[in-house]
Design a binder for this molecule. Structure first.
Ligand code: GTP
Ligand code: MG
Length: 452
């Protein structure tokens, strides 16, 4: 069986090149594409990641030369939130739907994981929404509001030291999901020589830690040179300001200090122009394309694989969607059957266990019953004996009583008083001139004069 590449190659070999005898008109296809794109408009989504008050909003305002309404954030949010706002902009006849997503409360929490995880989740959520739209039977991708993030402007504090752990962790967890452009914020607060050293240090730290930042593409001849040169200026050191200050005889955007003016658009002062040029004028389309072709593709691939889809089956055989579905269904049915079997076995096992417990309890109860029955039997026998003794005593008493009534003048001793009197049961005593006859009867000695 031929592989996909081999099939493609075969098809190519079977395609013949022909020259035409005159004008047909499909040369206007690129123009048609341009017209359609202009009519449709464009969308671009920027994510600004940086600590509270680092200059995110000011820079975005300066980049697009407008005042986007923005609220100041507080440093006391319990967790990081993402705030997205969409704007419609127009330059000449080109309409741009611009979404600015700002991190709110970034870096203000003690737990660092809490800071970057909401950003990762936000980016994934936008990919997921797009994937769900793509998987729908009735898709509306033509007028779908694509909220996938095309670029992440990562604002680094101008410390002159090194990257913070939070910066590294965040960039590392975002680099496979979004095009990251690192920026040194408020670059007017760091000296020129310190800035150069800082830039080099940041770049080497990014390389050492394996953080992939966005590289301006060098595969297109028209932009290869400028893009290649700009890659060497990363991370861009930027200054933002919407203030118009008079320098010479013209008004410029800048920041006025007691010792002078920092001009935002002066390349000797900062890299703002480089950023605007690269981000908006030269590579906006590449950023959009990279988002779709690289980052979204990766997300989609992982997600579909997670769901059990694959292009190749066992033995490297190409699999159609239908075959994948059938295989998945088969697998699912097998799994269900296995689970049912497992549950049945578990049920039988549980019933057996329960039965054994009940039998044991029954056995214990039976033993207890037997024991109690035996005790009861013993008790009954004891009582029977006692009853017999009492009856005998009662008969004896009656006899004694009768004897007493017969011999009213004679005395008797109880058995207890007669321990010293020997057996046999009838004895003759001589006492006080009288001859006594004793009779041992029913635990008592009876005395009578002899002869009576
Ligand atoms: P939050 O949205 O509240 O997190 O703040 P932010 O990051 O959007 O910062 P914002 O743009 O509101 O700027 C905060 C302060 O920093 C303001 O006083 C700005 O004037 C000042 N600022 C902004 N950009 C620069 C800059 O490039 N250099 C200097 N020195 N200050 C700046
Ligand atoms: Mg802001």
């Amino acid at each position: 069986m031929a592989s996909c590449d081999e099939v493609r190659q075969l098809k190519k070999e079977h395609t013949r090149s022909l020259s035409m005898c005159g004008h047909v008109g499909f040369e206007s296809l690129p123009d048609q594409l341009v017209d359609r794109s202009i009519e449709q408009g464009f969308c671009f989504n920027i994510l600004c990641v940086g600590e509270t008050g680092i200059g995110k909003s000011t820079l975005i305002n300066t980049l697009f030369n407008t005042h986007f309404e923005e609220l100041e954030s507080s440093h006391f949010y319990p967790c990081v939130r993402l705030r997205a706002q969409t704007y419609e902009l127009q330059e000449s006849n080109v309409r741009l739907k611009l979404t600015i997503v700002n991190t709110v409360g970034f870096g203000d929490q003690i737990n660092k994981e809490d800071s970057y995880q909401p950003i990762v989740d936000y980016i994934d959520d936008q990919f997921e929404a797009y994937l769900q739209e793509e998987l729908k039977i009735k898709r509306a991708l033509f007028n779908y509001h694509d909220s996938r993030i095309h670029v992440c402007l990562y604002f680094i504090a101008p410390t002159g030291h090194s990257l913070r752990t939070l910066d590294l962790l965040t960039m590392k967890s975002l680099d496979s999901k979004v095009n990251i452009i690192p920026l040194i914020a408020k670059a007017d607060t760091i000296s020129k020589s310190e800035l150069q050293k800082f830039k080099m240090k940041l770049m080497s730290e990014l390389v050492i830690n394996g953080v992939q930042i966005y590289q301006f593409p060098t595969d297109d001849d028209t932009t290869a040179k400028i893009n290649g040169a700009m890659n060497g200026h990363l991370p861009f050191a930027v200054v933002g300001s919407m203030d118009e200050i008079k320098v010479g005889n013209k008004m410029v955007k800048g920041r006025q200090y007691p010792w002078g003016i920092v001009q935002v658009e002066n390349e000797n002062h900062c890299d703002f122009v480089k950023l605007r040029e690269m981000l908006i004028c030269t590579n906006m389309e590449d950023l959009r394309e990279q988002t779709h072709m690289r980052h979204y593709e990766l997300y989609r691939r992982c997600k579909l694989q997670e769901m059990g889809f694959a292009d190749m089956g066992p033995e490297n055989k190409p699999l159609s969607l239908q075959e994948t579905y059938e295989a998945k269904r088969h697998e699912f049915c097998g799994e269900r059957q296995r689970k049912e079997e497992q549950m049945k076995q578990m049920f039988v096992q549980r019933v057996k266990e329960k039965e054994a417990i009940l039998k044991e309890a029954e056995r214990e109860l039976q033993a207890k019953f037997e024991h109690l029955k035996r005790l009861h039997q013993e008790e009954r026998m004891k009582l029977e004996d006692r009853r017999r003794v009492l009856e005998e005593e009662s008969i004896a008493f009656a006899k004694r009583k009768a004897t007493c009534e017969l011999f009213p003048n004679q005395s008797f001793l109880t058995a207890a008083e007669q321990h010293s009197i020997p057996s046999p049961s009838t004895n003759i005593f001589k006492s006080s001139g009288l001859i006594l006859k004793t009779v041992w009867l029913d635990n008592c000695f009876y005395f009578s004069q002899f002869p009576s």
